[in-house]
Design a protein. Structure first.
Lengths: 189, 189
């Protein structure tokens, strides 16, 4: 993913406190061709795990999860942060700390769309502390489904997420690894 | 869009009070192949308006807007409902009534990504009362950009959105038109 790496280095902004602003192509404005390439690459890396569903968290996970699901030709489910009126009373719910919001947020999925036979590939925009992804894994497990992999567009390796995910015992793939943001730098491996 | 019509009739649920649940393929679980077809069709219908950007509102507008933007090969911007830490202090903000939430919600776009030369195609999952879309149009206009079209996956024609949008004086396209939900029915034109 040379193009992604170049884009992070060219357009990414280090806002301090580990916050990487990639709003120009991933988190607010989306470059659909780049994100489609990301989805194609994630789909390729997980082709053999037999995923039946992609699971992500609203909001900024949706775009890369859509393109990954498109290339895997399986449905995508995005966990909601609040229960919409269309959701049944009985839901799958967990809480996870939001890195950028500095508070706990709810992750909610309808049990209609995560089933015991599902093999779930979790996809998100960032792998940072891994807490959102672990929350999504809890939702899948609560549904009786199997988590079969974790894919992220950008990993911040200095926040320990990959270590936190080892307990899942599944392959973890990220398309670009930011190894250092100290002193205003953005270093991409 | 025969496949979309069939899917609404087969999987849609009339929850009363005009609420059409399409969570199994559009709003919570996403069928990426169907939504890619929707994006391809919207892109085709608006090929000639010269859009430089697709604009939608989080959350459920993102999936069809991603696929539309992909087929038009232009960036997508999704308006946020709260200001993330990555956004500048000075933003474009408007409020619009949320049909399903029964309250006013904020729509926020960074002025970094809507520019005076932009020609904006607004895409959303639903065209109902049109209030969200009018809010997005106000954001584009506040940026000095031109709105050049409005595309929706599903229109509920009995909620008056199309009439509300006439003031924009742009082409309005929807891929499926639900004309009646009275008495528990779902009638798709």
């Amino acid at each position: 993913m040379h193009a992604l790496r170049e884009r992070i280095l060219h357009d990414g902004r280090n806002l301090g406190r580990g916050i990487l602003k990639v709003d120009s192509f991933l988190n607010h404005q989306v470059d659909p061709l780049l994100i489609d390439d990301c989805g194609r690459e994630l789909a390729s890396r997980f082709r053999r795990v037999g995923a039946t569903k992609v699971l992500t968290a609203e909001i900024s996970g949706i775009a890369p999860a859509v393109t990954t699901a498109l290339h895997l030709r399986v449905p995508l489910v995005y966990a909601r942060r609040s229960r919409p009126v269309t959701m049944p009373d009985q839901v799958l719910l967990t809480v996870a700390p939001s890195h950028t919001r500095g508070q706990m947020v709810e992750l909610i999925v309808s049990p209609e769309y995560l089933l015991p036979h599902d093999r779930v590939l979790i996809v998100d925009d960032f792998l940072a502390t891994g807490q959102t992804i672990l929350g999504l894994a809890r939702l899948a497990q609560a549904a009786g489904a199997a988590v079969v992999g974790v894919g992220a567009v950008i990993e911040k390796s200095f926040e320990g997420g990959r270590e936190a995910l080892t307990r899942l015992e599944v392959p973890v793939e990220s398309l670009a690894i930011v190894t250092d943001m100290s002193g205003g730098r953005i270093v991409v491996a």
